[in-house]
Structures are given as structure tokens and as C-alpha cells.
Design a protein around this ligand. Sequence first.
Ligand code: ZN
Length: 203
Amino acid sequence: MRGELARLAREGQRPTQLFLTCADSRVVTSMITSSGPGDLFVVRNVGNLVPPPGAESGDDSVAAAIEYAVDVLAVRSITVCGHSGCGAMQALLDAEPGGARTSLRRWLRHGRPSLERLGAPGGPAPRLTGRAVTDAAEELCLVNVVQQLEHLRAHESVARALKDESLELHGLYFHVGEAQAYLLTERDGRRVFDRVRAVDLAT
Ligand SMILES: [Zn+2]
């Protein structure tokens, strides 16, 4: 590891992937993606949220990281990774109107479009391969990944790179208790989170 870090210090970072996930302590990015130093450019926040760009609702911290990863580091993919038992998703489900305007509550407004999507008619809900979705909280975790990918597409640098076909977007769901990752894909017009074999995770 010492030699690898010395090389990275000398040559600078050239990560190929931006990985955006929750701040939850049980989500260990290096374990989920079998990655080491220099592999991932990582953004973590409460609820793996991507505030839409511009307007006053935007968030410069997340937007700056996206812009830097895409325009400067020229990453080839961005992954939004949600996880089971996410406290942020539970808080969104449990939120009552009004109440104190804390930083946490203000931040969680970026998850509200996911909550609205959960209850909206049209478009079948995403499903998991291998088993049924457990409850509303798990469904919201999945829907939130889909929703945040949409917010990501709205960012100028991301839209440009997608148009140039120099960038791919991925959705991932990590189930903590199962130690299992699920990769978002689309089948017969329906969003499906497919179980990822451990060997796939390494790629
Ligand atoms: Zn979380």
C-alpha cells in the first residue's frame, strides 16, 4: 500500500468513477466496489442526495464535486448508491409537516421528489431480483436512487458528457444485512435492481 500511495502522490489521482453514496457508517465503499486508493472519487452525504442544479435549491458542495469529477478528472461513470435501513429515507417517510427548520430537515427536502414519486401513479415501482421489496422504506431507498440519477442528468457537465457518450450513469442498492449489492437495470420497461455477484463488484 505504501508503494501504491507513493505512486499516486507522484502521478496524481486519475479515478475513473464518481461514487455518490450515503454517509451511513455501514456503507463501506471500498468493500462494495473492491476498490483501493486512487480508484473512486467519492461524495457522501445524508441520504445520497443530488440536489438539482441552479436555483436557490442547489447545493454547491455536491454540484462542485460533480463538476470537478466530470470536467477535470473526466470520470467515465457516476454511481449513485443507496442502502437498506437508510435513516434519511425513514425520516422522509416519518416527516410531519411544519416542525423545526433544522439543517437536517432543510437538506432532506432534496429527497422529497423521491417521496412524491413513491406515491405517484403510473410507472411500476422498481423491484429487486431474488426477493420481494420488504416495505415502504426499502421501496423509497430504491426509488430515491432512480430519482437522484434524474437530478444528476440535469447537471450541465453531466448532460454534456452523456451526450458525448463519454459518461455512464449507474444506480446501486446495497443491502447491509445481506451484504449484497444490486445494480439498476431496465427490463421490459421496468426498473429492476439485479443482484450483483461478488466477482462483478470487483469490476
Ligand atoms: Zn443512509
